[in-house]
Design a protein around this ligand. Structure first.
Ligand code: IVH
Length: 668
């Protein structure tokens, strides 16, 4: 075969393979056998190997993967990749519609109703009839180039017949079947299971080896043509139809809805249908259909006002409470945790849930062995709601809280309904202290998560915080552990090294001084400028500082007069940590709470009310004293009364302290 014949053959094979891919993966209607497909694919691969100049970046052979990347290149988005505002019930949906009608002056709006796929936002850039880049959402401004990985998703067209330049956005996700298969394989190999489809999809897209991605069974739906108007398309529905004609896989649960009543009807219909779908959805999306209204309706900092997500209410399931075990927190606080028979709730596999404290268990009347109702509050945190007493068979036993610490065996102390281990040398407390030091709001040591701290502590590599900065000497020993290659070790050592230059407030917060939350740490850092200024500061003067009461003053004074802490500080100094305040950091616009009006009610356990207020304000939320229609979220603790009732009447999102904290820590 000469080169011209080869070229013609490559074109012939590519055309066939592209068509078969489309028939199989987009239309779900295959017309050839797998064997026939494979035969053509193999022939094309051989030809491309023989004539490398005939290999194009949109060849069907690209889907097999094979390229191994060192890292993902950062790519700025030409247009911000926005996220969506949320509504949680029919009233809020009507409110959303009212605002749109007011903004447009129209009496009835046509919306496109779509399912909200629980996956990863992705942007595809096409030009000259070929797929050029696939970029993750990232922080909305800058994403990562995952082109080689996304190309392995068979339903994504690598070539299109429109040669103009355009950008398509959608969601890469893992179908339920792929997740089951993946987890079965992982279980066989003794590897940890993915908790839900979303994590599995995210983990897969971040694989550096694209041939692994190709085996993960990912798929994608495309729901937004960014520059539709430049392509002379004027309705969102028309842009989805156009994407269909170009060969993109769009979602056909979509429905054009005339007015808000039809939206509500669609919500009811899809709530019923939700579990029948082959993929997880966490809600629905409503978009104004007429693109010419978008500018007029406008945008907030992070979301368009012409679209919203409707989030499904939390789901309840039943499962067995198999056991209750205790964990010891950084402050020595003891938390009972439920061991549950694994069960899927709102899209993820749950086998643990916090039971908060002894009184929580008593109030609910939980017994070990009970069948219990479990729900995912706000689709995030699993919560044991109540036991189903009728299902008891007599084998259940009451929970009796141990009188000693499960880790060090020292007697526990009960303070205001909570149990504490007061032994400062308790291994659990030490581990939690190191985890806290490394956490995002403290020294933000990327990659040093809970399990690594636990492992390193268990191996004797670290006994306290300063040992983190001596891990360099342990590189060889770390390498001997499972899953640690040179690259992983040097990444970890780099992020530990980078943490040496963090500003004073992070260090102060990281030291875990009782009563000093991250907002107070900021105030202190701004005031004192350097850690040394604390060393001989008089106790009574602390109280002159904003937000510092007698309890915090005492705690600070004691901390900086404890010989052990002073030795720790000197150790950190000699290791080269920065002790100075470096100026203000920016607020976090991607936070759940950013721009929201929050009301706190009831008793908070983990933080004081002032600390929680500070945490929220710090991240760009407004904390208000009373519940009104303007309230976005109510954080309710035990003993909440009329504010909680009012919030429920108004259909406002109510979360508890643990959820609030998880949101404060959560990305996006
Ligand atoms: S529209 C400006 N439509 O949900 C357009 N998003 O919570 C913004 N998502 O960031 C996106 N299904 O990653 C849109 N049918 C759908 C969606 C969808 C899932 C994701 C998307 C977005 C997030 C917002």
């Amino acid at each position: 075969m000469n080169i011209d014949e080869a070229r013609a053959r490559v074109a012939y094979l590519s055309e066939k393979l592209d068509r078969w891919n489309y028939e199989y993966y987009v239309l779900d209607n295959p017309s050839v056998s797998d064997a026939e497909f494979d035969r053509h694919m193999n022939e094309l691969m051989m030809l491309e190997a023989e004539y490398p100049e005939l290999k194009s970046k949109s060849s069907p052979t690209q889907r097999v993967g094979g390229q191994v990347a060192d890292e993902f290149k950062k790519i700025p988005h030409k247009r911000l990749m926005l996220s969506l505002g949320n509504v949680y019930n029919e009233d809020e949906m009507r409110d959303f519609d009212r605002k749109i009608r007011e903004a447009t002056g129209k009496s009835q709006i046509t919306y496109m109703g779509e399912v909200k796929i629980d996956g990863l936002g992705m942007s595809l850039i096409y030009d000259g009839g070929e797929l050029q880049y696939c970029v993750t959402r990232g922080d909305g401004n800058v994403g990562e180039d995952v082109t080689q990985n996304v190309k392995t998703i068979r339903s994504i067209p690598l070539k299109v017949k429109d040669r103009r330049s355009f950008e398509v956005r959608g969601e890469v996700y893992m179908p339920k079947k792929s997740l089951e298969r993946l987890n079965e394989n992982r279980a066989l190999k003794g590897e940890p299971l993915f908790a839900n489809a979303r994590n599995a999809a995210a983990g897969s897209i971040r694989q550096l080896d694209s041939s692994i991605v190709a085996t993960r069974g990912l798929d994608a739906f495309w729901y937004y043509l960014v520059n539709a108007e430049e392509l002379d398309i004027h309705d969102h529905s028309a842009s989805l139809d156009y994407l269909d004609t170009l060969g993109f896989r769009t979602n056909h649960e979509r429905k054009l809805l005339h007015g808000v009543d039809e939206c509500i009807e669609y919500i009811r219909e899809m709530t019923e249908k939700r579990d029948e779908l082959g993929y997880d959805i966490d809600g629905l999306v409503f978009k104004v259909d007429d693109l010419s209204e978008y500018e007029e309706i406008g945008y907030t900092a992070k979301t368009p006002k012409w679209a919203t997500a409707y989030k499904f209410p939390p789901k309840e399931v039943t499962t067995k409470l198999l056991d209750i075990f205790l964990t010891v927190g950084r402050t020595g606080r003891i938390t009972p945790n439920a061991v549950l028979e694994p069960v899927r709730v709102a899209g993820s596999l749950v086998q643990r849930a916090t039971l908060n404290n002894e009184d929580f268990i008593k109030d609910k009347g939980l017994m070990i062995g009970d069948t219990v109702v479990l729900r995912k509050a706000a689709d995030v945190i699993p919560e044991v709601v109540r036991p189903i007493v009728e299902e008891r068979d007599g084998s259940e036993r009451p929970f009796i809280l141990s009188e000693v610490c499960p880790e060090c065996g020292e007697p526990l102390t009960r303070v205001q309904g909570l149990h504490y281990c007061l032994n400062k040398e308790c291994p659990s407390r030490k581990i939690e202290g190191i985890i806290h030091f490394a956490s995002r709001d403290a020294m933000d040591i990327d990659g040093l998560g809970e399990s690594i701290v636990e492992e390193f502590y268990g191996e004797g590599f670290i006994k306290g915080i300063p040992d983190l900065y001596r891990l360099y000497d342990k590189a060889q020993e770390i390498k001997a552990l499972d899953g640690w290659g040179d690259k992983a070790i040097s990444n970890l050592l780099d992020s530990i090294e980078a943490s040496k230059t963090r500003s004073l407030e992070r260090l102060l917060f990281g030291l875990g001084i009782k009563e000093i939350g991250n907002k107070t740490a900021k105030t202190l850092a701004k005031t004192f400028k350097t850690l040394d200024a604390f060393l001989d500061y008089p106790e009574e003067d602390y109280q002159k500082i904003q937000d510092i009461g007698p309890v915090a003053a005492k705690s600070l004074f004691e901390f900086f007069h404890d010989q052990k802490n002073l030795a720790l500080i000197e150790d950190l100094r000699s290791l080269g940590l920065n002790f100075n305040y470096l100026g203000q950091e920016q607020t976090d616009e991607t936070s759940f709470f950013y721009g929201k009006t929050v009301v706190l009610t009831g008793t908070l356990v983990e933080y004081t009310r002032d600390e929680m207020t500070a945490l929220l304000e710090n991240i760009g939320a407004k904390v208000a004293g009373s519940v009104s229609k303007k309230t976005d979220v109510v954080v309710a603790g035990p003993g909440a009364g009329s504010k909680l009732v009012k919030a429920e009447q108004l259909g406002i999102l109510v979360i508890d302290e643990a959820q609030a904290l998880s949101y404060l820590k959560k990305e996006d």
